[in-house]
Design a protein around this ligand. Structure first.
Ligand code: SF4
Ligand code: SF4
Length: 423
């Protein structure tokens, strides 16, 4: 593997602290991922990405910057990548998924804030993540209160544009979101120096739709009675999709989907027959947060679907690419993006409808509703989710978790008991 230290040094990273992170990640990945048996061969690409996660892609981003391109860091699936790609910008997801970054975040944020936000701020301020260093500009959004305040802090350290999310989905909120997308386009044009044209936006819509289509194929395969891929592996594919090149992402996802479809035809499953099929719903699981999937799949269950932003919310629904003027295209983008159902919206019945629909489509035996500690939005919405699932006759277990592992054994006991009940 290439020596990445000069690159990290040039990015102003804290190499000593970063060494500590580099020491723990491969061990965790080995224990959680490489210990699995009978994995699809095409997971080798994703293993390779993780093995050099702070090397290959950051170097690609730096090379692109050297060619005059700009990199935009995003934190939420409502931010339309298409607008950035249309101006020849590059998008990289920045959500922090490791406990490693939390203490640094807690230096400037209250402890009673969700670990995803604390880790995201800690990764930047602690200078231990190259993606947070490479990005020329961050695009925030006003989804939850914690994030709003975090943008103010990050905005002191890095150029930041914040998109003002509507909190409801009425026609006037829709119009407002179109305006926010137009504003983003203006900021992106100014930062990149490139004009967005109907042609470039149409091409960007095509590229991102292709990525969604390819990821959907993997999920489609997970609906089969023969489960051709573990939930952990499927989660990893989506986590990496957030920062990979979108065209390569689609290409690799298609290859994996081909293999999964062949496995189904050949009756190759990664779980014994009768393994309980579980859907996970709730807060996103940013890389390297693999905890809940690992607990379920080492307790006798199989995760077959995630109703989350690191799951179906990321790739469901295509953008209508039939429009040929920018105003109509921005409207088409707003249509697709406002179809995502995050708990930051009120009312949010459509998310509950999605959960019931997905539970049926993936033929699940039970649902685990997971929220990160201090995420009041998903915690509050959990009541309605549980009620609706119970009414639909679908067993549900609600769990709260943090990034550290102190609750792992307690969670395992509850998951095992839930799986036993399903039997
Ligand atoms: S859970 Fe909500 S705020 Fe978080 S990434 Fe998803 S849409 Fe954005
Ligand atoms: S998990 Fe909840 S509190 Fe944390 S960033 Fe997402 S919506 Fe906000």
């Amino acid at each position: 593997m290439a020596d990445r230290r000069p690159m990290w040094e040039n990015l102003g990273m804290d190499l000593e602290a970063h060494d500590q992170l580099c020491a723990v990640l491969p061990v965790a990945f080995g224990d959680i991922y490489l210990s699995q048996e009978n994995r699809p061969e095409n997971m080798a690409f994703y293993d390779m990405v993780v093995a050099d996660i702070h090397g290959i892609r950051p170097q690609e981003l730096l090379d692109a910057q050297a060619d005059g391109r700009k990199v935009f860091g995003t934190f939420c699936v409502y931010v339309p990548d298409e607008v950035i790609i249309a101006a020849d910008g590059i998008v990289t997801g920045l959500c922090g998924g490791s406990q490693f970054w939390v203490p640094e975040g807690e230096k400037v944020l209250p402890k009673s804030m969700c670990p995803l936000i604390k880790a995201s701020v800690g990764a930047r301020l602690g200078r231990t993540c190259p993606y947070f260093r490479v990005a020329d500009m961050y695009i925030g959004e006003t989804t939850c209160d914690g994030k709003k305040k975090a943008w103010e802090i990050l905005g002191e350290d890095v150029p930041m544009h914040v998109m003002d999310m509507p909190q409801m989905k009425r026609p006037r909120d829709h119009e407002k979101w179109v305006g926010e997308i137009e504003d983003l386009a203006g900021v992106v044009e100014e930062t990149t120096g490139n004009e967005i044209t109907p042609e470039s936006l149409s091409e960007a819509i095509r590229i991102v739709n292709e990525k969604r289509r390819a990821l959907s194929r993997i999920y489609e395969a997970r609906k089969s009675k023969t489960i051709p891929i573990s939930g952990k592996d499927a989660l990893l594919v989506v986590q990496i999709a957030f920062f990979d090149d979108p065209e390569r992402c689609a290409q690799m996802a298609d290859k994996l989907a081909d293999e999964l479809e062949q496995r189904i035809a050949d009756g190759v499953s990664v779980f014994p027959e009768g393994t309980k099929r579980i859907m996970i719903t709730g807060t996103p699981m940013a890389i390297p947060n693999w905890k809940m999937h690992h607990l379920v799949e080492t307790s006798g269950g199989a995760v077959v679907c995630e109703e989350s932003c690191t799951g179906t919310r990321y790739f469901e629904h295509q953008v209508d690419n039939s429009a040929d003027t920018l105003p109509e295209q921005y409207k088409a983008l707003a249509d697709r993006y406002l179809n995502i159902n995050c708990a930051c919206f009120t009312p949010n019945e459509t998310r509950i409808e999605d959960i019931i629909r997905l539970a049926k489509e993936y033929d699940v035996d039970g649902v685990i509703d997971v929220h990160l500690k201090f995420c009041t939005l998903y915690d509050t919405e959990s009541e309605s989710v549980q009620d609706a699932l119970k009414k639909a006759g679908i067993p549900v277990l609600a769990l709260e978790t943090d990034y550290d592992d102190s609750d792992a054994e307690q969670l395992r006991t509850r998951i095992e008991a839930f799986l036993e009940v399903l039997d």
